[in-house]
Design a protein around this ligand. Structure first.
Ligand code: ADP
Ligand code: MG
Length: 347
């Protein structure tokens, strides 16, 4: 609920910032799916046509949300129950496709993006729509799950058969589902003849075409100020912008803050990063990479970015330093020029 309110505020803010008064050419709607508000804008599409395409988008989103839920009795829930047998079984292709992609992305991130750690996410309580209240889990419990070492390369997929050699692998696509979902929706729009659109799930987005005479423009949130915008960005055709931040989902317990991005090496919320924003053509890759670079942190993100083929990145660390690649630097306009800006190369 808190997340929804934050997202609503952000939408309102970006509306005010960019003067998004709907014009005759602009069509705008907000859907609720994946536990978040999804903001869809078209340019130059007739209202009746737009309404009918949006109905299809809504149905697709509903199906994906049902299919990919880690702990509910849908296709993913079934996979999670059967993987522990270590025997192979047939699975629903609508879940296999994102798992194949997530496996590839986990490997290229050195398993810092690791959607096989669902048991750990559940232990922390971040698997449910309701935010956990704490206390944090006991160190012994975390240690036990770490020792089980679940990884995406424990999984083998052949046609529609899947198996895991490690009975402790449980999948949580939370770090990539939004990206995969946005990619699907953009493809659906293109298939229905929509040429100019932006699909924005709380700041994570992909755009096609343009907003009339100008490119699509978006705001990048300031991790220190929930309602504030750190910078603005013009989104190129077919480009995705993704952010992972420690302010997205967290709880406080006895003065300590615990957020939802878990470092698979320690079993605890990743340290050292406040937010990572990056650009990539593919929304699924962008989503996984934002999570992976967040975990990699200020010292190691360049190496992982290179491995994942990401060249436009901005990382804000817990000391207020902003690390930015030359490509990203040419793309963002800061609201207030930052004093601790460091240019860092990914080669
Ligand atoms: P958001 O969805 O808030 O934009 P992310 O894309 O970074 O943020 O995804 C965070 C979600 O991914 C968590 O809620 C959890 O379900 C899952 N997750 C947490 N840590 C990891 C990790 N190291 N690798 C893969 N998935 C993770
Ligand atoms: Mg992500």
């Amino acid at each position: 609920m808190q997340k929804l309110m934050k997202t609503a505020l952000l939408l309102l803010l970006s509306g005010l910032l960019f003067g998004c008064q709907p014009t005759a050419k602009e069509y705008h709607t907000t859907l609720l799916s994946f536990g978040t508000l999804i903001d869809i804008t078209f340019w130059g599409v007739e209202k009746d046509k737009a309404d009918s395409v949006i109905k299809k988008v809504e149905k697709d989103l509903q199906y994906m949300h049902y299919a990919w839920h880690a702990w509910q009795p849908g296709p993913m829930g079934r996979i999670n129950t059967l993987l522990e047998t270590t025997a192979s079984f047939s699975a629903n292709p609508s879940v296999l496709a994102p798992i194949i992609k997530a496996r590839e992305l986990a490997i290229s991130s050195d398993h810092l993006f690791n959607p096989a750690i669902s048991k750990l996410i559940k232990l922390w309580g971040f698997h449910s729509d309701e935010l956990p209240k704490g206390p944090p889990p006991a160190a012994t419990k975390i240690k036990k799950l770490l020792a089980q070492n679940p990884r995406m390369d424990d999984i083998t997929i052949k046609n529609v058969s899947i198996k895991s050699r490690n009975p402790h692998v449980k999948l949580d696509l939370g770090g990539v589902a939004k990206g995969y979902g946005i990619e699907q929706i953009i493809n659906l729009l293109i298939n229905h003849g929509i040429r100019n659109a932006i699909v924005n799930a709380g700041g994570d987005l992909k755009a096609i075409g343009r907003h009339g005479q100008r490119p699509w423009r978006v705001g990048v949130r300031d991790p220190d100020n929930k309602q504030g915008v750190l910078a603005t960005l013009e989104v190129k055709e077919g480009e995705s912008v993704f952010t992972s931040g420690d302010y997205e989902r967290f709880y406080q317990f006895e003065g300590q803050r615990y957020h939802h991005i878990i470092d698979p090496r320690t079993g605890y919320p990743a340290q050292g990063t406040r937010s990572v924003t990056l650009l990539h053509a593919n929304a699924t890759t962008a989503d996984a990479a934002a999570t992976a670079l967040f975990v990699a942190g200020p010292k190691d993100w360049q190496r992982i970015a290179k491995q994942m083929g990401i060249t436009a990145v901005m990382l804000v660390d817990d000391k207020g330093n902003i690390y930015i690649t030359p490509e990203m630097k040419t793309r963002v306009s800061f609201i207030t020029p930052p004093d601790k800006l460091h240019v860092a190369i990914v080669d």
